[in-house]
Design a protein around this ligand. Sequence first.
Ligand code: PRP
Ligand code: URA
Length: 208
Amino acid sequence: MSNVHASEHPLVKHKLTRLRDKRTEPKKFRELVREMTGLLAYEATADLATTPRPIETPLAPYQGVELKEKIGLVPILRAGLGMVEGIWELMPSAEVWHIGLYRDEKTLKPVQYYNKLPVEPTVSVCLILDPMLATGGSAVATTDILKHWGVRKIKFVGLIGAPEGIAAMQKAHPDVPIYLAAIDDHLNEKGYILPGLGDAGDRQFGTG
Ligand code: PRP
Ligand code: URA
């Protein structure tokens, strides 16, 4: 599992515990999702390419750098939406391309309902954002869409992954690194991650 990264950062672990807690209300839940995503994005973007950028400080010339590649954030609706702001604060010029998928309750297969990607890719690196990697169906489908769009460098950033979902992603897309706050035990009979945090969309948006 060399390209699967579960954060060891104490801040991430602390916040994840608050997030899992069933007493955490939607307002706090959204705040935690945003904060944790920023911390995970910091880890997930450590290898982004840079290009030289000479500037002048008030005192001297300086050989600086800037990010080389155009970055796209790809939240999977709905639950991925709450992860956007946490990264956008760090990379305000990133483009955001939404993909709408929901899991069919019976088959657990993803059903696409929103995709407005233009014909030609406008970014060269994509970060897929979704708090939950359960069966992996949604992450695999979104990666398929982005590869078909023409993007070669893709990373998945999530909060909790199940072994089943990680295995599915690694089988379908072994080139896509996975960044998580935690890897949990297994899925229950309804495809929910245990111990998990419940339904990430419902808990953010106060539904369900
Ligand atoms: C949840 C979650 C992922 C998906 C994960 O979304 O946000 O997108 O399930 O499950 P998978 O790995 O088995 O595909 P859901 O379908 O509940 O939609 P929502 O975000 O609109 O609530
Ligand atoms: N989607 C969620 O929101 N939670 C899970 O545990 C699995 C899928």
